[in-house]
Design a protein around this ligand. Structure first.
Ligand code: PHE
Length: 328
């Protein structure tokens, strides 16, 4: 190892006079230049160093390299005003601040629900907003003549009505169940569409969360427990009522009301997945049972944030939007 040479280079780095950016560039090339730079030449020499000295030699060279870099850095930070003169900018002008936005209230609720269900072992999947008739209706035991097709009238994307904007997230159940073998617990959240007049309580588009759980021996009490978990995590201690109801794809079915400002408010539908639906997706209903629930996010957010009109979510009024933080 050529100790003398290394000591000389070290001295040279230390005493190199840099006054201008030209000097700086010369300094950089002299020591760090790719081909003729002194540091690189020393590094290339490493192959001639006896193996027991290689490590220490490498360390010394790296030390030199650091010294060069430090000198460059120091010059730049002491001379940044001159840099600006060279490239014609004025660093004393205050910067333009771009405002950091806040999360949309519907997204806050969405992520809160995802979090809650991740904690109890659910997986999250995205579904399709453009669906076909089979996944949205027929496989869910809603045949063509069924009256609930009227309530869930939607936007059809072709004349024969075979492709449409999904009316509920229950179509995700079908897609998932067809491609997976139970047991599974799944959550999906997304936009759904209906042919509705816009008013303070309804819109042609809203968001739903859908959960479903299939395994051996899943029972209605598991469903009740899960609904209680969802509602109580969102609202704290509130009164909940299970009201018998009807959905073509669940049996028995229930709607859930919560006591809000002294009124029972309907907030979600649920039930045990109908064996006919399981058959449609090739799951043996003699072995497996399951439950499903669907809940509207807009409705939840109205209650959580004490809002009166769902149109406010989509007006993009910054005064409204910036009030929300992800803690509630
Ligand atoms: N899909 C139903 C709706 O949109 C809600 C629901 C989901 C009901 C799952 C039962 C089970 O109204």
């Amino acid at each position: 190892m050529d100790d003398n040479r290394i000591a000389l280079i070290k001295e040279e780095i230390k005493h190199y006079n840099i006054h201008t950016f030209n000097d700086l560039e010369k300094f950089r090339i002299k020591f760090l230049g790719r081909k003729q730079g002194l540091i690189n030449i020393l590094l290339k020499n490493i192959k001639n160093i006896p193996i027991e000295n290689k490590k220490i030699y490498g360390k010394i060279i790296n030390g030199l390299k650091k010294k060069v870099q430090e000198k460059i850095k120091n010059f730049c930070s002491n001379n940044y005003l001159n840099v600006s003169k060279m490239v014609d900018i004025d660093p004393t002008i205050p910067g333009k601040f771009s405002e950091i936005g806040s999360m949309h209230p519907l997204s806050i609720i969405k992520y809160k629900i995802i979090d809650m269900f991740m904690n109890i072992g659910y997986s999250y999947v995205d579904g399709l907003e453009i669906e076909d008739d089979w996944h949205n209706f027929t496989a869910l035991n809603i045949p063509v003549s069924h009256p609930s097709r009227d309530i869930q009238d939607t936007f059809f994307l072709c004349k024969d009505k075979s492709i449409l904007l999904r009316t509920h997230t229950s179509s995700v159940q079908i897609r998932y169940m067809k491609n997976h073998i139970p047991p599974f617990r799944v959550l999906s959240i997304g936009k759904v569409y209906r042919n509705e007049t816009i008013s303070s309580r309804s819109n042609f588009m809203f968001h739903q969360a859908e959960g479903f759980y299939i395994d051996k021996k899943v029972s209605f009490s598991d469903l009740k427990q899960t609904v209680h978990y969802l509602i109580h995590s969102l609202f704290g201690k509130v009164k909940i009522r299970f009201r018998p109801s009807y959905f073509p794809f669940t049996v028995p079915s229930a709607e859930i009301d919560i006591l809000y400002n002294n009124d029972w408010l309907e907030i979600m539908g649920c039930g045990m997945i109908d064996p006919i639906v399981l058959k449609n997706v090739d799951i043996n209903s003699e072995i497996y049972t399951g439950f499903a629930f669907g809940v509207g996010i807009e409705r939840l957010a109205l209650m959580i944030y004490n809002l009166k009109d769902i149109r406010i979510y989509f007006e993009n009024d910054i005064r409204f939007l910036k009030q929300f933080t992800s803690e509630f």
